[in-house]
Design a protein around this ligand. Sequence first.
Ligand code: 7PJ
Length: 271
Amino acid sequence: MGILNVTPDSFHDGGRFDSLDAATGWAGAMARAGAAIIDIGGESTRPGSEPVAVDEEMRRVIPVIEALTAVLNVPVSIDTGKAEVARRALRAGAAIINDVTALRGDPQMAETAAEAGCPVCMMHMLGEPRTMQENPYYEDVVGDIKEFFRRRIEFAVSRGIKAENIILDPGIGFGKTVQHNLAILSRLDEFSSLGRPLMVGASRKRFIGTIAGEEDTGRRLPGTISANVLAFANGASIFRVHDVAENFQALKVAEAILLKSGRSGQGPAGA
Ligand code: 7PJ
């Protein structure tokens, strides 16, 4: 899954033609590099970030989705917690909902996903972006997230979402210390009994910078690849990344080795 951010720090005006052009150009490049999904987000969920109004989020993402889906043949996912944004995005051509609130942010989101009958990624987050990194605590981070997944699957299915449309994401960096992130990545196999595909978003995140002593997010690709390859070996199948070509190559090689060793039955669903 290739990341396309249309937040002000990347594309100042999502409605302007040159920005649209840049967005479609970059998405096309990610698709050619192996991305099986393009994930578009118009609201930053970085630690400490403030929420964005519906109209503003819409203004950022809808024109880009329309432009992309007109020329691209890979599915587009909409990274939003807002049902109205998701609904408009689906109408504009998006095919997947990526909800970092796991259907908790907007009471209409479950119904929106059920009606659309589309895949929906439910991500674990402890607290909310503004405060989530202030002292996150778990009894047992993997056990707690697994219980969270169980409850969210139950909720989603009770609202008419088909179990086979559910993707689970432990939410690396969303209310987690470095130690929590490492425990999750090393124990992903414990989520396999839930029977749903696992997605991991480790790309260039802070825990990599902390471990490697690298402040510059643009220089965290080696750490990202390391996290993704091991996540793949531990059962993840969707990798949300900024650097599609590099992660794709690493995962193809990891897949070939794991297949040879007989340790993996499942290839990467995408970069
Ligand atoms: C994730 C996401 C993630 C899913 C972001 C960033 C923060 N969606 N959206 N999983 N992260 N499903 O990329 O640094 O980890 S935004």
